[in-house]
Design a protein. Sequence first.
Length: 531
Amino acid sequence: MSKTNYSPTGTDAWHNLEQLSKVEANTRITELFDLETDRVERMSLQAGELFLDYSKNLVSKNVWRQLIALANESNLLTHRDAMFCGDPINGTENRAVLHAALRSEQGDLRTSEDRDRNSTINQQLEHVRQVSEKVRNGSWHGSTGKSITDVVNIGIGGSDLGPKLACSALSEFSHPSINIHFIANVDGAEILTTLAKLDPETTLVAIASKTFTTQETLLNAKTTLDWFEETLGLKSAQASAHFIALTASPSNALAYGIPESQILEFAEWVGGRYSLWSSIGLSIAISIGFPRFSEMLAGAREMDLHFQNAPIDQNMPVIMALLGIWYSNFLDAQSTAVIPYCERLQLLPSYLQQLDMESNGKATSLNGQPITYNTGAIVWGQTGTNGQHAFFQLLHQGTRLVPIDFIAAVKDSLSNDEHHRVLIGNMLGQSSALMKGQAAPESQPHRYYAGNKPSNTLLMDSLSAKNFGALIALYEHKVFVQGSIWNINSFDQWGVELGKNMANKLLDSDLDHDSLDASTKNLFDHMKKII
Ligand code: F6P
């Protein structure tokens, strides 16, 4: 089949997988272990300090062969090479997708602009280094000459979730006397209660916005400007040392009044949800220091190289993507759970929600055709062991198929042997119990565990900056692989526009209430009675 007319459903592999799903849906994973003596060895692999065991999946050798065939028959390899070559694979916005360039080394990129790109990237990262080091060593002074004790990152979506996750995940390395705060929601209670606890003389605000047009971010920024004006008597506080802009739209930041030297730029070809590696990561560099920030980039680069060079059937992001496709498209799973057994990764599920659902929640193909098969799964989760005492009931005895990613660090220098043994023991106990199940004792059907619930287990040697970078890049590439096979553009997000426009219409003072739908009008009328 010509690649331009490609649809996954037109491949032989897709057809074979449909057939296999009819006969293999009831296969017992435990029986596959009995049949396949090499299963554990065959279905586990190492990339850097990440180890993936995917043997607890509902996947026989036949199914696996067809999933690999699907990857080979799809657009994946051409699409992957096009991304790393800087082709404009984000067609609806005519943009290249080069977040991997931010963590590349000279020669990694396969574009003719390789050198130019790298020198621009290096300059931008150098700016991040300089600013972060000045803040960390106390030589960045506020308007009254004091050093910075608190940094407030104002941004939403990708301008919030990545930096917030990284600062939390790598809190082991955080600066002892600089606190980082994240404000995303336009809910005034958030920004106002945060500011009330801060000293304006020692507060630095980073306005993080790729476009520098986002309503929530600009309103939160305005509230901080007012606060500086009221508390320090600053006029045009945005021009003071209390403000920094992190953006791909420097002209908008300049027009806002931020001095050029305080605008940390990044390129258009960095998607918002892929931007923690860019100057959007300033708060990370301030928190953990630029050398560790660079280690995070190096870990992501290691995963980029693995993704580009490892054979398809030994390629961690490809393997995880194919497993997700098997469950979504052939076994009708609606969602997938991510359960880190590490409290410092508590924000990982919400980070992955944007990465995965904003990228692959699409119903139009790259050829502009409506899609007739499932695309992006619903991603959800929370840390173990907390989740065990909340939603694990449904995982063990519910009626839905929910494939799970269990994630843990083998060593944790912030914990101790006793806690860590119990934590990891719980994770392994859960994945094993979910797979094996248990027969009900006589006359106690409510104690039946069906088992056969699939999971991956991903172990990092430790939660270092490098391994964290590799982990995030792994999921970025997993999402990319799925988008390629599903033949969708994983790098635009037109779906969020309609709601934004509607909200703006409703906020317009000239709003004609009679033009509203009956339910919305009713809600307005109800609120009017209360306010
Ligand atoms: O509305 C969705 C979105 O565009 C996300 O993709 C993005 O991460 C977020 O808004 C914030 O955008 P910006 O960084 O331009 O403020």
